[in-house]
Design a protein around this ligand. Structure first.
Ligand SMILES: O=C(O)C(=O)[C@H](O)CO
Ligand SMILES: [Mg+2]
Length: 259
């Protein structure tokens, strides 16, 4: 079975954020990720990881104004300074948390912004971030997110589009973050896509579809998908990024079965 991580922004929301680390460890996870670390002091997060023997697998670059609906600023030409400051902030946290991967959210392209300008801005920003992160030994992940259900207008919404970006940037530390849930909605053909794109995949996340709940609640055959990851020799993390359909503990049958 792959090495699984728990996404603490979606799992264990029954308890306060800082208590989720312990619950993840008690369930048997050895790695965690969450959307953003920036609301907590680095040292507190580091202590929570160390006390529970957990690896910080990933977090996102600052996304702009999340509560106002922003989902990344990397494609927005009037936000380049803010994007760069966000890279600095992410590096500060990644150093303390010993986190080897950060994810860049491309953002939602406003109708008033020309597609070519958004694309060039994204390429330039990813180039900049990749260079800064390479000096730190950190991989920059680029996630394709479905624009049909969860984030209409999200600028990078297919694996092909991310691959186009990876080619345009041509940096060794830029990888595709393949989210099985989003790609089931946009593309399907999960196992074949992973097989084709394996060398470029840096991180995998999952939830079942529809509903974005745990494996077994929807249409994806996770047992076959996880077996394929093993067969293909995928060596990265596979993160449970789903909203439990009930209590988190009750949603972990897939994990207990595979562990
Ligand atoms: O929503 C997702 O799938 C993610 O992985 C991001 O971290 C947040 O948009
Ligand atoms: Mg995801």
């Amino acid at each position: 079975m792959p090495v699984f991580a728990a996404n603490l922004s979606m799992l264990y929301t029954e308890v306060d954020f800082m208590d989720r680390f312990r619950l993840a460890r008690e369930a048997g996870f050895c790695g965690v990720e969450y959307l953003f670390p920036y609301d907590w002091p680095e040292e507190d997060l580091k202590r929570a990881l160390e006390e529970n023997g957990l690896t910080q697998v990933l977090f996102n670059l600052p996304p702009g104004n999340w509560s106002a609906g922003e989902r990344g600023i990397a494609c927005l030409p009037d936000r380049v300074q803010e994007f760069r400051a966000g890279v600095d902030q992410a590096i500060r946290y990644a150093r303390v948390l010993n986190c080897r991967q950060v994810n860049c959210l491309a953002g939602i392209r406003p109708d008033t912004l020309e597609e070519s300008l958004a694309w060039q801005t994204l390429v330039d920003n990813v180039n900049y971030a990749a260079g800064r992160l390479e000096d730190e030994g950190i991989t920059l992940c680029l996630e394709a997110i479905n624009s049909r259900v969860d984030i209409p207008g999200f600028f990078l919404d297919t694996s092909a589009r991310v691959m186009q970006l990876i080619e345009a940037v041509d940096a060794g530390n830029v990888k595709l973050q393949y989210d099985i849930y989003h790609m089931q909605i946009m593309e399907g053909d999960l196992i074949r896509t992973v097989e084709c794109l394996l060398p470029w995949i840096g991180h995998i996340q999952f939830a079942d579809n529809p509903g974005r709940h745990e494996p077994g609640t929807g249409e994806i055959n996770f047992w076959n998908v996880f077996a394929a990851l093993d067969r293909l020799g995928y060596g990265g993390w596979v993160s449970a990024e789903y909203r439990p359909s009930g209590a988190t503990g009750d949603s972990l049958g897939w994990f207990r079965q595979g562990a």
